[in-house]
Design a protein. Structure first.
Length: 277
């Protein structure tokens, strides 16, 4: 896949989320079981801290923040949590504009509108992370949930992981999920069907099917005509490559599968940033 085609897919996704933000957000309120294990792995960074700095890349409707607040409360942690949340779609957050908001009495969220993939393409995402956020602090915990599958190029995925590591304090944690929908037989059948439908629908805009890589699909949404988004289903080898590529900067604290009716729809990497990174 070349960069021009990759950017077309990103434009398609931006259009999808602008048009389907309300209906999409309405289905995105439940916590993911994998989040609980991520936090359990990263709990050492919470201990003996009064202030916790979190980076949430592609925050969506802030449901992770709601879960994090309830997790801290249920764990009787006396923490002030500062979150730097980034996303390209303001419509997923209808009551929040750029700036500060409180989603919990002990949590402050700084939301920044950011086309993350465009910044990755321009090699400027690291500059965004360095110049924004609560008090310009390094994150203790950086997360990217439900986003990596929207990044079309392998080099951009690796760049995101490296930029998140650079934005995280030594000893802090980076948690990333990878969607593996083609491992589910029912979802795989549906993905192949909607992909062919989308190619027919966008026959002029996406006229080079050879540009798609293995694992790339255009998925539909509630049988809505023209509502398609680019998604990538990850393989063991792709996740192996990403983990190995950053091993000199962050050690793998945990790698596991969770979520969905099978309990294996997503694969997670929990990385701990090395003290010498």
């Amino acid at each position: 896949m070349n960069v021009v085609f990759a950017k077309k897919l990103c434009e398609l996704n931006n259009l999808f989320y602008r048009n389907q933000a309300v209906s999409f957000s309405d289905t995105r309120h439940a916590k993911w079981p994998g989040w609980e294990r991520c936090l359990a792995e990263a709990i050492t960074v919470f201990k003996d801290k009064q202030d916790l700095h979190v980076l949430d890349v592609a925050c969506g409707n802030l449901r992770f923040e709601e879960y994090l607040a309830s997790y801290c409360e249920s764990s009787s942690m006396n923490l002030h949590v500062s979150v730097h949340a980034l996303d390209a779609c303001d419509d997923l957050l209808p009551d929040i504009c750029e700036g500060t908001t409180n989603v919990h009495c002990d949590m402050e969220v700084i939301y920044t509108r950011c086309d993350i993939i465009q910044e990755l393409a321009d090699n400027t995402f690291k500059d965004v992370l360095a110049s924004e956020g609560p008090n310009k602090e390094f994150a203790d915990l950086a997360v990217a949930f439900g986003f990596m599958h929207h990044i079309p190029l392998p080099e951009w995925r690796l760049q995101l992981l490296n930029d998140m590591i650079s934005a995280t304090a030594p000893g802090g944690f980076v948690c990333v999920s990878f969607w593996r929908f083609m491992d589910d037989e029912g979802m795989a059948v549906k993905a192949r069907k909607t992909h062919e439908e989308a190619l027919a629908y966008y026959s002029q805009e996406l006229n080079s099917t050879q540009q798609f890589n293995e694992g790339d699909y255009l998925l539909g949404w509630r049988n809505t005509p023209g509502a398609y988004r680019y998604c990538h289903s990850f393989s063991d080898e792709e996740i192996d490559f990403l983990a190995a590529s950053v091993a000199d900067r962050a050690e793998c604290s945990a790698r596991f599968r969770a979520d969905g009716r099978t309990g294996s729809l997503n694969e997670y990497l929990v990385l701990r940033v090395l003290l010498s990174s």
